[in-house]
Design a protein around this ligand. Structure first.
Ligand code: GLN
Length: 302
């Protein structure tokens, strides 16, 4: 079925628009498509460009949140909310009325606060190394790396993110050095992973906090991260993602989506063309077809 869906996507007319705000993303061919499905029993199904590393961008916000919850636990929620924003991923508007508290950890402002929380205990270099160790361990793959060209390009063009961080700092919700916080955030965005690696890394969310039998986080924390992915993982397109696909999912402007069918599968899809809200157009379509054919939506009666 994974092969069938990849073939269908290969022939798609409308592919969305590849992110163009930095050259390393703008130069990714629009016709790339990869899909990887890791089943609860460990079986892996891949098709298309599933072995090719791409910039995971905001999918990294899931791993950053997991690390920050590990560091400070529920105290995190005094600094970042748990409501869908209904606004663009890089929006600043709600920060004014909400006293510098971002709506959720999956919009840029929220992920920047998450990075600041991690830097409460670590130097940027250590936090970046911790992230790399974490995703390598989750995926069981030491070849995962951070693309420094992407990190540098993010840094060179990240004026909106700088505005978000400085604005939150004015409200007292960024405690560390803004430059260091953003440097960490940009490096997380620059993680390069293949669909296979990403789906493997997502196993802990499929399996109640365990990955290959090892406990990574508690069951209740995994459940809550999944809930946030469902309600906030696709920005102002999250409602539609839940409606069409019905799985916890997190997207990135590199065109990747990590989706989780709890107890069943961890799924990663990649197609660089984006819809208006900055989520992979074909990635969503492929997930929609997968869920239609398998009945994996969490809203399906079991
Ligand atoms: N690097 C991007 C940014 O900070 C990540 C956004 C995304 O993937 N939605 O703007």
């Amino acid at each position: 079925m994974v092969t069938e869906i990849a073939a269908e996507m290969h022939g798609a007319q409308h592919r969305g628009t590849v992110a163009s705000y930095i050259p390393p993303l703008a130069s990714v061919p629009a016709d790339k498509f990869g899909l990887a499905v890791v089943m609860a029993d460990g079986t892996v199904h891949t098709s298309g460009d599933a072995e090719e590393a791409f910039s995971i961008q905001s999918v990294s916000k899931v791993f950053a949140l997991t690390l920050a919850l590990g560091a400070v636990g529920d105290q995190l929620w005094s600094r970042v909310g748990r409501e869908p924003s209904g606004s663009a991923f890089n929006s600043i508007v709600q920060l004014e009325t909400e006293q510098g508290i971002p709506r959720n950890p999956f919009i840029n402002a929220g992920a920047i606060v998450v990075c600041d929380v991690l830097l409460g205990r670590l130097q940027p270099r250590e936090a970046i190394a911790q992230m790399l160790r974490f995703v390598r361990e989750l995926a069981g793959d030491d070849t995962i790396r951070i693309d420094e060209t992407v990190a540098q390009a993010e840094q060179d063009t990240g004026f909106r993110n700088m505005a978000l961080a400085n604005y939150m700092r004015a409200f007292g919700n960024i405690h560390g050095d803004v430059g260091m916080v953003l440097g960490t955030y940009f490096h997380f965005c620059a993680l390069a992973m293949s669909c296979r690696q990403l789906a493997l890394a997502g196993r802990f969310l499929m399996d109640g906090g365990r990955s290959e039998g090892h406990r990574i986080i508690t069951e209740s924390r995994a459940r809550r991260i999944n809930a946030l992915m469902m309600s906030c993982g696709h920005y102002d397109n999250s409602g539609d993602f839940a409606f069409r696909i019905g799985l916890p999912g997190k997207s990135g402007v590199g065109g990747g989506i990590l989706a989780v069918a709890p107890g069943i599968a961890s799924i990663a899809v990649w197609s660089p063309g984006l819809n208006e809200e900055g989520n992979s157009h074909l990635g969503q379509l492929a997930l929609e077809r997968l869920v239609q054919r398998t009945g994996w939506s969490v809203f399906e009666p079991r």
